[in-house]
Design a protein around this ligand. Structure first.
Ligand code: ADP
Ligand code: MG
Length: 525
């Protein structure tokens, strides 16, 4: 029973088995006396280094399990000890400011926490009667999210997107903006992503001084599928402890929930189950709900969760993405096209939605504004084809106004992030909901139609445009004739640009602005 202390189980007679087959992560073990129940943890090898979770009882004598550690060195005939309990995670205030792996072993090179209790990671979701809903808004300080996709306190938000469109950056920014104000505890769970990202986040959080109210749990892409499959459960067990025992609100951040589904797919394949649609496991729906349903609010406290969701091949109809959608109260869809235009955060405003965006919750004014913004952007989207074929000149004047407004809105809804300060060189900005709404309202009222679009790009509050403008002009302009050109006909300036390139371009670079073209003409002549 030498491994028992670590696993925290009570003393009982040892139950030993023998390895009969090892195929990758799948291990069959024979027990002659007592067959370990499902989810039992078995240990084998030197100092019980190899950990196996029982997933099936094959017959009266054999169990099949999946290894949560590499199975290197495991051989037929080796002894296996049944620890007599399931996988457990440490809970208690002692885990705060620490970083763990799926077994609750510290990853931060410090001693294991002592004042902790070990709880099974397989918990049932709270009963229906214990659940509660609040419908309260969770402000993020990110303009486009607060205005168009307001998050729910105690809700689940998904950040959908293909590889490299900015899911991790957006998640990190949210952590940065919210953790300081958040009174509760934050738990970050890294599933199947790059190990480096975990280390960087840990260092950033330490520097920002928010670690004392944070716990990190990692099962990154170098870990075997079994470990990636269980690390989410371990993180949730910790979250449930803070909610139920300490009555604190919990912010649970997961990067990336798709990797959990993917790990389940690997486990299922290794266990020999027939794959279902697109190779996914037939049990995907059940597995996902088993995890997602535990993220719930009770009378004791709320778990607000933000989850990055990798979308394979940018295809939102992928079964994994579809299943995840159905669990969320807000879906933020990141688009590669917007990212390529430099419009960060690259949120696809027309595909993203939140169930909080109703007048009863966010208020009449905010609701109407959001509707108006969506309508303007949707009209612009419709007009894009016409503009591409015929040019902006062919549009009716009111349509041109819509285009001008939409493009200014799009730019105003970009935002410099704290998380990208190092490589963008622009200081991050946090904007209150009120300032964001005021800014959008002023743009919709055409108060900024005389400003070049670029004045609204990568600013915080709308006042930033006024500040940015006088600074910008001399830097990009050759002479004063330019200022005049822009003043005389700013609309034309915007239009001629849209005609040249049917798609908006990032405006942060040194590319000459449309009004510059006029200026250049004036100069040469
Ligand atoms: N808000 C942003 N501002 C500037 N650049 C960004 C922003 N979001 C993402 N990027 C760029 O996109 C890259 C990939 O982002 P990342 O969040 O790691 O993608 P994902 O997690 O979706 O794979 C970043 O390294 C950065 O260069
Ligand atoms: Mg990422």
């Amino acid at each position: 029973m030498k491994f028992d202390q670590e696993m925290g189980s009570t003393t009982r007679l040892a139950n030993f088995g023998t390895v009969v087959s090892v195929r990758g992560s799948v291990v069959d073990v024979r027990f002659d006396e007592l067959l370990p129940p499902i989810y039992s943890v078995l240990r084998a090898g030197d100092k019980g280094r190899i950990v196996i979770e029982v997933l099936a009882q094959r017959d009266a004598r054999h169990v099949r399990g999946i290894a949560l550690t590499p199975t290197q060195g495991l051989a037929r005939g080796m002894a296996v000890e049944d620890t007599g309990g399931p996988l457990k995670a440490p809970v208690g205030t002692g885990i705060l400011s620490r970083m763990f792996d799926v077994f609750g072993k510290p990853l931060d090179r410090q001693a294991a926490p002592t004042d902790v209790e070990w709880r099974t990671v397989h918990q049932a979701p709270p009963a229906l009667a214990r659940r509660s809903t609040k419908s309260e808004i969770f402000e993020t300080g990110i303009k486009v999210i607060d205005v168009l996709v307001p998050l729910e306190r105690g809700g689940k938000t998904g950040l959908f997107g293909g590889a490299g469109v900015g899911k991790t950056v957006l998640l990190t920014e949210m952590i940065h903006n919210m953790i300081g104000h958040q009174k509760g505890v934050s738990i970050f769970c890294g599933i199947g992503e790059r190990c480096r990202e975990g280390e960087e986040l840990y260092r950033d959080m330490k520097e920002a001084g928010v670690l004392p109210n944070m716990v990190m749990v990692f099962g990154q892409m170098n870990e075997p599928p079994g470990s990636r499959f269980r690390v989410g459960h371990a993180a949730l067990t910790m979250a449930e402890y803070f909610r139920d025992d300490e009555h604190r609100d919990v912010l649970l951040l997961i990067d990336n929930i798709f990797r959990y589904i993917q790990a389940g797919m690997e486990v299922s394949g290794l266990m020999g189950q027939m794959p279902s649609r697109l190779g996914y496991q037939p049990t995907m729906g059940t597995e996902l709900s088993r995890l997602e349903e535990r993220i719930a609010n009770t009378d004791a406290g709320a778990i607000t969760s933000i989850q990055a969701v990798y979308v394979p091949a940018d295809d939102l109809t992928d079964p994994a993405a579809v299943h995840t959608f159905s669990h969320l109260s807000a879906s933020i869809v990141l688009s590669r096209k917007r990212a390529s235009e430099g419009l960060y955060p690259a949120i696809d405003l027309l595909q993203s939605s939140s169930k909080m965006a109703t007048p009863g919750i966010i208020g009449e004014r905010h609701y109407l504004l959001a509707q108006e913004i969506r309508r303007t952007l949707a009209q612009y989207e419709d007009l894009k084809d016409v503009i591409a074929m015929l040019g902006l000149e062919q549009l009716a004047p009111e349509d041109r106004n819509v285009v001008a407004r939409a493009r200014r809105l799009e730019r105003f809804l970009t935002q410099p992030f704290f998380a990208t300060e190092q490589f963008s060189g622009i200081k991050g900005e946090l904007v209150s909901l009120k300032d964001s709404l005021d800014g959008c309202e002023q743009i919709l009222r055409d108060e900024f139609k005389d400003y070049p679009e670029r004045a609204l790009y990568m600013i915080g509050t709308i006042d930033g445009a006024k500040k940015k403008l006088p600074l910008d002009k001399p830097a990009t302009m050759a002479g004063h004739g330019v200022k005049l050109a822009a003043k005389e006909d700013p609309k034309l300036a915007a239009d001629s640009k849209s005609k040249d390139e049917s798609e908006p371009q990032p405006e942060s670079n040194t590319k000459p602005e449309p009004e510059v073209e006029h200026a250049a003409d004036a100069h040469e002549s």
